[in-house]
Design a protein around this ligand. Structure first.
Ligand code: C5P
Length: 225
């Protein structure tokens, strides 16, 4: 059940569309809590990889939820994800963790098992939640819903810069192929596929910088009050 005193802003979209940094900026500007739901899928995938689980087998992945010990601590800029009390901020950002996350995310029982964990992030005064199904499944009653997208070339370039800035190696052509493959997997799965909620405002971020997208979203929220 959603807390009636707290409101939700959902930001969904494919990887590299800029929804993560948009969510951080909007949450900061409006003083709201933040849910990076992709990080939760990445943490579960990391746990599976560590334990040598076959990520394509739903029953093997579901078992991991019985002992899924995660938390997010406030950092200087981004929040710091912990898995079994270990800081895994760099590990979960790697492309192999993203790819593994999209494999565990295909299983309906896994998604169901993660629902309550995600909804528990909603506390007064409210929450900005980013992911693939925030507006369609996790917070269908959200007050504001946005769906962000950008061309695949632009998304690959953004991901490249992100990884290089983190000191990780990357290759643009390889990234573009991986993003296309992940898009296809996220859009075609039967459990909560990536798609805009019917009442979402669709924003094309291809030709806008972060500040412009943030301003567009904030002004929409402020105008709607
Ligand atoms: O957004 P991020 O790249 O961190 O997400 C990693 C993967 O987790 C996505 O490719 C997607 O398959 C999955 N995911 C999801 N539902 C969400 C958030 C992420 O299926 N709400």
């Amino acid at each position: 059940m959603q807390d009636e005193t707290a409101y939700v802003v959902t930001i969904d979209g494919p990887g590299g569309s800029g929804k993560g940094s948009l969510a951080i900026r909007v949450a900061r500007e409006l003083n709201l809590h933040l849910l990076d739901s992709g990080a939760i899928y990445r943490l579960l995938a990391l746990k599976g990889l560590q334990q040598g689980v076959d990520l394509d087998q739903q029953h093997e992945v579901v078992v991991l939820l019985n002992d899924f010990n995660i938390r997010f601590d406030a950092g200087d800029d981004l929040s710091i994800p912990y898995l079994d009390n270990r800081d895994v901020s760099t590990e979960i950002r790697r492309e192999d963790a993203g790819d593994a996350a999209s494999r565990v995310a295909r299983h309906a029982e896994v998604r169901q098992g993660l629902l309550e964990i995600q909804r528990a992030f909603l506390k007064p005064p409210g929450l900005v939640a980013d992911g693939r199904d925030m507006g369609t499944v996790v917070f269908p009653n959200a007050r504001f819903k946005f769906f962000l997208y950008a061309s695949i070339e632009i998304r690959a370039q953004r991901r490249y810069k992100q990884l290089i800035n983190m000191g990780l190696s990357a290759n643009i052509a390889h990234l573009q192929a991986e993003i296309a493959e992940r898009d296809e997997r996220d859009q075609k799965r039967s459990a909560s596929p990536l798609k805009p909620a019917e009442d979402a405002l669709i924003v094309d971020s291809s030709l806008l910088d972060q500040a412009q997208v943030t301003e567009l979203v904030l002004s929409h929220i402020r105008e709607a009050g």
